[in-house]
Design a protein. Structure first.
Length: 112
């Protein structure tokens, strides 16, 4: 099972694995015997509303988008955490001054 509809598949030369791309901007590495999918690359599939860095720390950053908040490793460009609230858009976010939590504003008028 992968997130989003599968839009592309590229089989490896030896036929043991394939890459699968999806409508939700995810790329998976899939074992052809077990059909086990491992997420290899991801990004937002809609606009990004805000980007925030913790105060005095540039190794991670967070992004808010139409369907989620994501926390990223700035050095490796890998997603570390995804926060989703069903049927809600995150309009804005910021790190608390101690960097341990995120405050965010959602389309339902709530701050979480």
């Amino acid at each position: 099972q992968v997130l989003g509809g599968v839009t592309s598949i590229t089989l490896t030369e030896d036929g043991t694995h394939f890459f699968a791309g999806t409508t939700l901007s995810n790329i998976y590495w899939v074992d052809t015997d077990t059909l086990t999918a491992e997420l290899r690359s991801t990004c937002h599939h809609e606009r990004i509303n805000q980007v925030a860095f913790p105060s005095g720390y540039s190794d991670v950053f967070a992004t808010s988008s139409v369907s989620d908040i994501r926390v990223w490793n700035a050095q490796t460009r890998q997603e570390l955490l995804r926060i989703q609230v069903p049927n809600m858009e995150c309009h804005c976010l910021d790190f608390m001054r101690d960097g341990r939590s995120i405050v965010c504003g959602w389309s339902d008028g709530k701050v979480r």
